[in-house]
Ligand binder design. Structure first.
Ligand SMILES: NC(=O)c1ccc[n+]([C@@H]2O[C@H](COP(=O)([O-])OP(=O)(O)OC[C@H]3O[C@@H](n4cnc5c(N)ncnc54)[C@H](OP(=O)(O)O)[C@@H]3O)[C@@H](O)[C@H]2O)c1
Length: 264
């Protein structure tokens, strides 16, 4: 993938990994479309990207609201822009026990992480196919590969993304649609601060594990290098990503370790 002159839509561009990836890609002379809810933060990302030489269109939307996502896609397509790349980073985490979490909170997590993400993909895909194809990347998590305490709906929503996007890859590779799944471990962002608690409010704390994670900038460098190669699975993080291999190759060890994992 040569990013120069390409239209790249990045969700979650107002913060954390998505923001750092947008800034990294802005050094490659791309045309960026940036989305998230927080317009002031999106503008900060846009200013930084423009300084690096990329043109930027900000299109705020709420992933939890289908209409908001679909109308954002219409705005972009009506400007004659067809994304060559659609990179999904928008998402929300969870900090609550499954039995204490009401179903409406589980649904909210799925609306943002799963339904919002696939709504945007479905809204853009026909134009991308008509345009000769494109590259779609979706941000899962290591907990999209195994269960983790205090993350029941979050982990489930990330597992769901693997099922959806692997199926999409299988059915549309003949239309030149390439799919990458980004699988971060612990990255130092506000993800735990913004995570949803059992009562629907935000967790509001930087968890110890989060604070010790890889920086968003370093992760963005690794992610962009691997996105450029259109790698199908992009694992990024510190030693915690070893658990993906333990779950796959030594499941008994994972079953032993999983109740002992530190969730906060
Ligand atoms: N940090 C980690 O350790 C880690 C690990 C594994 C996976 N991930 C995944 O990486 C992705 C990026 O997270 P991050 O770590 O960068 O966290 P972050 O700093 O909290 O960023 C989350 C991004 O998602 C956007 N977002 C959240 N809810 C949204 C909504 N309803 N509508 C539209 N946009 C929404 C936020 O924008 P607004 O607030 O402006 O809407 C923000 O730009 C997420 O999918 C997350 O699940 C992160």
């Amino acid at each position: 993938m040569n990013y120069s002159g390409k239209n790249i839509w990045i969700t979650g561009a107002s913060s954390g990994i998505g923001q750092a990836v947008a800034i990294e890609l802005s050094k490659k002379n791309a045309h960026l479309i940036l989305s998230g809810r927080n317009e002031a933060s999106l503008k900060e990302t846009a200013d930084c990207c423009e300084k690096n030489g990329s043109s930027v269109l900000t299109v705020p939307f709420d992933l939890a609201l289908e209409d908001s996502v679909v109308s954002a896609a219409k705005i972009v397509l009506s400007k004659g822009i067809t994304p060559d790349c659609l990179y999904h980073f928008g998402g929300i985490s969870q900090r609550s026990l499954a039995y204490e979490t009401p179903l409406n909170v589980d649904r909210k997590i799925f609306e943002v992480n799963f339904f919002g993400t696939i709504a945007l993909t479905k809204a853009i895909l026909p134009a991308m196919i008509n345009n000769g194809g494109g590259h779609i990347a979706v941000t899962s998590s290591v907990v999209g590969k195994f269960g983790f305490p205090y993350r029941s709906a979050y982990s489930a929503s990330k597992h769901a993304l693997h099922g959806f996007f692997e199926s999409l890859r299988a059915e549309s590779s003949n239309k030149n649609i390439r799919i990458s799944l980004i699988i971060p471990g612990r990255i130092q962002t506000d993800i735990s601060v913004n995570a949803i608690s059992s009562d629907g409010t935000t967790h509001g704390k930087m968890d110890e594990g989060q604070a010790q994670g890889m920086t968003a900038e370093k992760s963005a460098g690794i992610i962009v290098r691997k996105l450029k190669k259109e790698q199908k699975e992009i694992l990024v993080g510190g030693k915690e990503i070893i658990m993906v291999y333990i779950r796959r190759f030594i499941p008994k060890l994972y079953y032993f370790l999983s109740p002992k994992l530190k969730p906060l």
